[in-house]
Design a protein around this ligand. Structure first.
Ligand code: SF4
Length: 210
């Protein structure tokens, strides 16, 4: 949805998430989302972060580092492959894992797409707690719209950001490619909160991420 949307629509999404056993809240802007995240992270928590533009747009990671937190963030320019792999695995053992989402259906289902899988895996099992942030641009009315979104709205700019020459990076549309560099390989639907993973979803009434 192109935000901002009505309070009633956001109430509907939050109610749907709660029905699916998520903790959920909506906030008017990124500043309030940032405050909630920082309030929810304890002094000794190690924080993992997936490949998420949304979380970076909230500008929480530098604050957490300044507060002395260990932050498992694999977006390190020119880091050796082995180091990046190690950080991806450590994300799965973090106390709190932060991520955006690729699509949030108004009925509360959360849809994500991943190439390697550390981000979607960490949303499901491993970290002590998960905080997901969904800008209103991620909210869609149907599961079909979520699938359309993850392939045609989320993935092309991600491929461009990573300088990966997939067909969608050139055309802006999914071609269901057979590229060896294909970045969409695992699609997950969180139908309900994963049983052993306390998960807070923060819906933000402004656009964030892809
Ligand atoms: S299948 Fe290929 S073309 Fe389609 S979104 Fe994924 S990487 Fe892009």
């Amino acid at each position: 949805m192109i935000g901002p949307v009505t309070d009633e629509k956001l109430d509907q999404v939050v109610r749907a998430l709660k029905r699916r056993d998520f903790e959920a809240v909506w906030v008017p802007d990124r500043q309030r989302a940032r405050e909630i995240i920082l309030e929810r992270i304890g002094p000794a928590d190690r924080v993992g972060v997936g490949g998420s533009m949304t979380i970076r747009e909230l500008r929480v990671l530098d604050t957490l580092r300044d507060q002395g937190h260990t932050v498992y963030d694999h977006w390190i320019p020119d880091a050796p492959k082995e180091e990046i792999l190690k950080i991806r695995k450590l994300q799965m053992q973090s106390d709190v894992f932060l991520s955006g989402v690729n699509a949030l259906v108004t009925d509360g289902r959360i849809v994500n797409i991943d190439g390697i899988g550390n981000r979607v895996a960490s949303m499901i099992f491993g970290p002590g707690r998960v905080i997901l942030v969904a800008g209103v641009n991620k909210v869609v009315e149907t599961l079909d719209a979520a699938f359309y979104r993850i392939k045609n709205v989320a993935t092309p700019p991600n491929a461009r950001r990573l300088s990966i020459p997939t067909p969608c990076a050139k055309t802006g549309r999914c071609m269901d490619c057979s590229s060896p560099r294909r970045i969409c390989r695992a699609v997950t639907i969180l139908e309900w909160r994963p049983m052993l993973t306390p998960t807070l979803v923060i819906v933000v009434n402004e656009s964030l991420g892809f």
